[in-house]
Design a protein around this ligand. Structure first.
Ligand code: SAM
Ligand code: SF4
Ligand code: F3S
Length: 475
């Protein structure tokens, strides 16, 4: 893939609410952009509205309500949403009662200004205010614009059973934390999602258990920094925890173990790990449990310690490489992926070369690579000049992408001649006669269907490959 101001004031307060708000079978079309957490949030939105009688539809033309769950991480993510709003505009012209809502990170970033900029929008809701959606919808039905962008220090939607959208019935996301306290200088997420909160581990284990009972075979635990997960009886992390409180708290490694113990046939993945917080406990827990997948997404952002400091990432190049060594020592067949940003403020050719050299050292299996996009109100926007020319950013990004393509191909080829345990997820896009699934290391594996079915585990001998996919036969 190439690619807060925390508003405590409630805007668009709805008065005279009816006691019971009902969707009366109205149809909701919900489109999601951004990261896995946003997709997971859309499933919470669908659950909240299902309770009120709304059903989801995949046909936009049939919808009574269109929601777009937005991302604000880079400018192009917001531009994509603006384009989508143009498409909705056309439908609204032919269907005047249609309600259009902007949800998620862009809603939180721009707040009620969206209503001025995009006249067709009726509802603006931030990521912590989804429980208010039924009320906001009632208000919009009465022709009043409705906004709720209050960020919360407690909300984790822990009690809500998500409605699985576009589900393959085999793999599912479970959010374990919300928000982020890290304040990387380039990043808008702490402003759009607020303070970091951990979710009660009992509710996480319950959700994973129910998924397993429904036939799901893989859960991915989600958080902006899963390693900082800490449940101390409440979600928000307290400063200066006493020894007793720490001894009673649930850490990420402990949570991971609890989920892994649900059933050996339930695969567990997680994302995103943070290099400054990922400790050996987590790695040893992964090594102990066969069903915790050997795959870690460990975004580096830059290979230059000077830039890492400017980014406020909390680690140096040497620290990062030491963490990579720890992964390789404790889980020898673990695959590793990363995120990189090209052209961050003041990045020199030497800094860029540092990133390329680090990539050579690690040889990532996969990477998500971006060029720097300055975001309003972030520390970087306030403190540094966005001074790397656009064509230089693009050229450096291309060099990173080209190198990564080589490394991905090398890593994929390493899987040849080996037997991979694959969880079948569905029919291959390229051939109806073949299934696809992933191995523990997250590489896609394609093989003939035989008498198998999605949800089965199967051993596949990889006999050939493309740059990113292993092709094989069941053994
Ligand atoms: N929490 C994760 C972490 O710390 O690595 C990542 C979250 S962020 C939603 C996903 C990725 O977007 C980041 O790892 C970073 O590479 C990229 N990103 C964030 N802000 C960016 C910006 N202003 N310009 C370009 N890329 C950005
Ligand atoms: Fe953004 Fe940094 Fe938090 Fe990741 S850890 S979401 S990059 S502030
Ligand atoms: Fe985008 Fe928000 Fe995720 S800004 S990447 S949708 S947390």
């Amino acid at each position: 893939m190439i690619g807060k101001d925390i508003d405590e004031s409630r805007q668009g307060e709805v008065l005279d609410m009816p006691a019971e708000v009902q969707g009366e079978g109205k149809k909701l079309y919900l489109e999601s952009y951004g990261c896995a957490m946003n997709f997971s949030d859309s499933e919470i939105v669908a659950a909240i509205l299902k309770e009120k009688g709304y059903t989801t539809t995949t046909a936009m033309a049939d919808a009574d309500v269109i929601f777009v769950n937005t991302c604000a991480v880079r400018d192009n993510a917001e531009q994509r949403v603006r384009q989508r709003l143009n498409d909705y505009r056309k439908i609204k012209r032919t269907k005047p009662g249609l309600i259009i809502g902007v949800l998620g990170c862009m809603a939180e970033r721009i707040k009620s200004k969206i209503l001025e900029e995009e006249k067709l929008v009726d509802i603006v809701v931030g990521p912590d205010a989804y429980r208010d959606l039924p009320n906001l919808l009632e208000s919009a039905k009465d022709g009043r614009k409705a906004v709720n962008v209050i960020l919360s220090k407690e909300e984790t939607y822990a009690d809500i059973s998500p409605v699985r959208l576009q589900s393959n019935g085999i793999t599912a996301f479970i959010s374990i934390t919300r928000g982020c306290d890290n304040m990387c200088t380039f990043c808008v997420v702490p402003f759009t999602r607020g303070r970091e909160r951990s979710r009660n581990p009992e509710t996480i284990v319950k959700e994973a258990t129910e998924l397993f009972e429904q036939g799901y075979r893989e859960v991915t635990l989600l958080g902006q920094n899963v390693d900082s997960y800490l449940w101390t009886g409440g979600g928000l992390k307290k400063d200066n925890l006493s020894k007793e409180e720490l001894a009673q708290a649930t850490s990420f490694a402990q949570l991971l173990e609890q989920v892994a113990l649900i059933h050996p046939d339930l695969r567990v993945r997680f994302s995103t790990s943070h290099p400054k917080d990922m400790n050996d406990d987590v790695l040893h827990t992964m090594a102990r449990h066969e069903n915790i997948c050997n795959y870690i997404h460990l975004p580096v952002q830059s290979g230059s310690t000077r830039l890492l400091e400017m980014m406020n990432r909390g680690y140096t190049r040497e620290w990062y490489l030491e963490r990579i060594e720890a992964i390789k020592n404790i889980i020898p067949d673990c695959s590793i992926s990363t995120d990189t940003i090209s052209g961050f403020c003041s990045e020199t050719e030497d800094d860029h070369q540092d990133t390329l050299r680090l990539m050579e050292d690690v040889k990532y299996h996969f990477a998500y690579m971006f060029s720097y996009s300055e975001r309003p109100k972030t520390m970087a926007e306030r403190q540094f000049d966005d001074d790397v020319a656009e064509e230089v950013k693009k050229r450096r990004l291309k060099e990173i992408v080209d190198l990564q393509l080589l490394h991905s191909a090398i890593r994929t080829r390493e899987g040849l001649g080996k037997v991979h345990r694959v969880l079948i997820e569905g029919v291959s896009k390229k051939s109806k006669e073949q299934f696809f699934g992933r191995n523990s290391q997250n590489t896609t594996v394609v093989f003939p269907k035989g008498n198998l079915k999605p949800g089965d585990y199967v051993n596949v001998l990889a006999t050939s490959c493309t740059s990113a996919t292993l092709i094989g036969k069941v053994v």
